[in-house]
Design a protein around this ligand. Sequence first.
Ligand SMILES: [Zn+2]
Ligand SMILES: [Zn+2]
Length: 245
Amino acid sequence: MSEEGSSDVRVRVAAALRGVAAALLELVYPPRCAACGGAVVAEPFCSVCGEAVDPVPEGCRRCGLPGPDPLCGACRADPPAFDAVRAGGLFGGPLADAIHALKYGGRPALARPLGAWLARAAPLPPGALVVSVPLARARRIARGYDQAALLADALARAAGARGRRLPGALRRTRETPPQVGRTRAERSRNVAGAFHAARPGALAGRDVVLVDDVVTTGATADAAARALKDAGARSVVVLALARAE
Ligand SMILES: [Zn+2]
Ligand SMILES: [Zn+2]
């Protein structure tokens, strides 16, 4: 057998073994609700938690901020670089618990059912590339994974768009302190110019879906979307598990 042939066999054997390992894990650890840990029929949520996820109310057509304004004051005064925000639900309750478990609970495996859930809640625009907001390096090292990248992988897989997943399309140009606890203006300053497109050739003229776990003021998504637009992306739709108010 040629060297290439034997390495091909090794890859297939490894994939088959991973499949067996996953099936055994399912037996030992049956699927659990991402929020309450209860038994589930279909991931990510049990029926009680699934019903308690609030849909995102009507709001700003640009940033998704819930409210009566079709275009909120902030977007009128200073339009963000992204074109729209879509989210699986409003931040809070079981959805917040699931996101917390994914980000801080050391449970990267939750990205798969949550990404598939998001793909059902907010279908991908046809032909769109799937890009994620890169986590700051220090946080990625501390956590051991980048939850937005895992979500983007799972979303693309569930949507039958693995070929349009563009890993590493965005990079951080500098490290930024966490956004939590900052005002909108502080958040914007904190992340301005913090991203650049690492694969500009692949982005030119394309529609892009930018995946993140939560959108709050949209400052991070705005800075990331600006880098994508600077690289020639035609449109950027932010896709998040949750929209915070
Ligand atoms: Zn539950
Ligand atoms: Zn807005």
